[in-house]
Design a protein around this ligand. Structure first.
Ligand code: F6P
Length: 565
């Protein structure tokens, strides 16, 4: 690795005038959402903004116009817009790895002018060149021109990857599944738990299965192990069912394995023909890579046209983030509201609640995006963070969450800001008798944010005939902050807009806190220790004894149980 350039120190947000004013403002802030809505008929309108096709209502957050003005001042004082512009221009804002951060370049439309030149590279040409190869490959699989080694058409594309090489593709596939080509499905293997590889392949026909090994670094233990397991399964199956000979094995690997990586030399060393590999670049972070060649599984199963629409959606949000005035810039405002919730209202977690079954993996996807990006205590110049940083993101689709954890959001002792996401047009318009079921679903969406904001007072509970200690149990405090995000429909473009929205929200928070949101050193130690523990786990008594008492005890328990099992 080249030595990182010495980065300019981030501006400590707590040293700004805006921060001091926000602290004072927080102490003085009076009223409630009920009162603020009652006294300001224009509140909803003033806090609602459109970004591309997303319609975002921030009015049910615990803030006033003064709060928002001060948050915008904070953004100016710490230089959010300057850093945003630096990112779009390809500056090396990933300081610890001395890299540009250019996921936004992955979705620039073909023929963008002027072209983006970074570090002597024509980025647009590189991006479009790779996309062209990915689409060409996808078309061949989709048309049946690309077959397995026995000449059969591909029916299942298995993506092997983990983290950013898995979560984005799975989430998008699940969200847009109805657009999959008939007769073609995607499967995903990520976990090194052998159950994952077993369960995902056991009912597949090796003759009609194509495997994409997706790994930015091509060194990830889980992915390479799973790739070897699946290669074994595939070749074994072909030998057994189709009489594959040892001489035909190389051809079989070439017909059934492709790779996506920034490390094409390692792909070749693994035995995959570089002709069948799609590259990307070190300026794309793993968790920001679903719109790179990492999306090959998506372009193949959902189609290049769908992938292009997805990219166009990302780009529409990029344009909004790059150019919309600060007061209407939705990712900026949402990032600042998160800062307000975390640093001033002391929220520790943040729920994301999609009212869309097809978005059931969206919270899991956001967990990597937000927490691998901003789960840090050190700033981009190596100094300690001066504030609380990344909050815990979590969530489940509504209405399932309502019957599980919403109790705590409504009446618990903690403040849990929540983003509610819904679409006007259903994916499947079903009716129950006379009832449009999507309307029932959306009634729940509207009801929840209303209940959280405005609650139910003791008087209202009593007015329903409840008396005594039950009153308190049935009371809802309200003032539980939410943001409502709506869009016309869950299309590929809208999904791209949503993903880019959260990428940019994460960026804004990272800049305020002075973090490099684009490295992930925190995942390294566990990886290293897992490798070092292999001899102990395999039963080397000396190695077990060298471990701490807890780890040694757990390994011994494992060895005993395994021998009996
Ligand atoms: O978990 C750490 C991490 O490096 C993630 O950032 C990344 O998305 C994932 O591992 C997978 O890495 P790779 O794509 O290199 O296999």
């Amino acid at each position: 690795m080249t030595a990182p350039t010495s980065p300019a120190a981030p501006i400590d947000p707590t040293s700004t005038d805006a921060w001091a004013e926000l602290e004072a403002h927080n102490l003085e802030l009076e009223g409630s959402l009920r009162e603020w809505f009652d006294t300001d008929p224009r509140r909803a309108e003033r806090f609602t903004h459109d970004a591309a096709e997303l319609h975002v209502d921030l009015s049910k957050n615990l803030l006033t116009s003064t709060t928002m003005d001060l948050l915008l001042q904070l953004a100016r004082e710490v230089g959010v817009e300057e850093r945003r512009d630096a990112m779009f221009a390809g500056a090396h804002i990933n300081t610890t790895e001395d890299r540009a951060v250019l996921h936004t370049a992955l979705r620039r439309p073909a023929g963008s002018s002027p072209s983006l030149q970074v570090d002597g590279q024509n980025i647009d040409e590189d991006v479009r060149g790779t996309l062209h190869r990915v689409y060409d490959f996808a078309d061949k699989v989709r048309s049946g021109e690309w077959t397995g080694v026995t000449g059969k058409r591909i029916e299942t594309v298995v993506n092997i990857g983990i983290g950013g090489s898995d979560l984005g593709p799975v989430m998008v596939y699940e969200a847009l599944k109805p657009l999959a080509q008939e007769g073609l499905e995607a499967r995903f293997i990520s976990n090194i738990d052998p159950t994952d590889a077993f369960a995902s392949t056991q009912d597949l026909d090796p003759e009609t299965t194509l495997v994409i090994v997706a790994s930015k670094t091509f060194t990830t233990q889980e992915t390479l192990t799973n790739a070897r397991l699946v290669r074994q399964w595939l070749l074994g199956g072909l030998r057994e069912n189709a009489g594959l000979t040892a001489e035909q094995e190389q051809e079989a690997v070439a017909k059934h394995f492709v790779a996506v990586s920034t490390a094409l030399d390692k792909v070749e060393a693994f035995g995959i023909d570089p002709e069948n590999a799609f590259g990307f670049w070190d300026w794309v972070g793993g968790r920001y890579s679903v719109d790179s060649a990492i999306g090959t599984v998506l372009a193949t199963v959902l189609g290049p046209d769908t992938f292009e629409e997805l990219l166009a959606g990302f780009h529409a949000m990029d344009e909004h983030f790059a150019a919309a005035p600060a007061e209407q810039n939705v990712p900026l405002l949402m990032g600042l509201v998160n800062v307000w919730n975390v640093n001033f209202l002391e929220a520790e977690t943040h729920a994301v609640l999609p009212y869309s079954q097809y978005l059931h993996r969206f919270p899991a996807y956001l967990q990597q995006l937000t927490m691998e990006s901003n789960g840090k205590s050190v700033r981009w110049d190596g100094s300690l963070a001066t504030t609380e940083t990344g909050e815990v993101f979590w969530g489940e689709p509504g209405t399932n969450g309502q019957h599980a954890f919403y109790q705590l959001i409504h009446q618990g002792t903690r403040l849990i800001p929540a983003d509610f996401i819904a679409f006007a047009t259903p994916n499947h318009a079903l009716v129950d008798g006379e009832q449009d079921v999507h309307e029932l679903f959306l009634a729940n969406f509207f009801a929840q944010t209303k209940a959280l904001a405005f609650g139910k007072s003791a008087e209202e509970v009593r007015a329903e005939g409840t008396e005594g200690p039950l009153v308190a149990a049935r009371e809802f405090s309200g003032d539980r902050p939410t943001t409502s995000i709506m869009a016309p429909k869950l299309t590929p473009s809208v999904l791209g807009q949503l993903i880019a929205l959260y990428e940019h929200i994460t960026f804004v928070q990272g800049v305020v806190w002075g973090l490099n949101s684009f490295d992930q050193w925190g995942v390294e130690l566990g990886k290293q220790l897992a490798q070092g523990l292999a001899p102990a786990v395999a039963g080397d008594e000396q190695a077990i004894s060298a471990e701490d008492a807890s780890t040694a005890g757990l390994i011994r328990y494992y060895r005993e149980q395994r021998q009996q099992g």
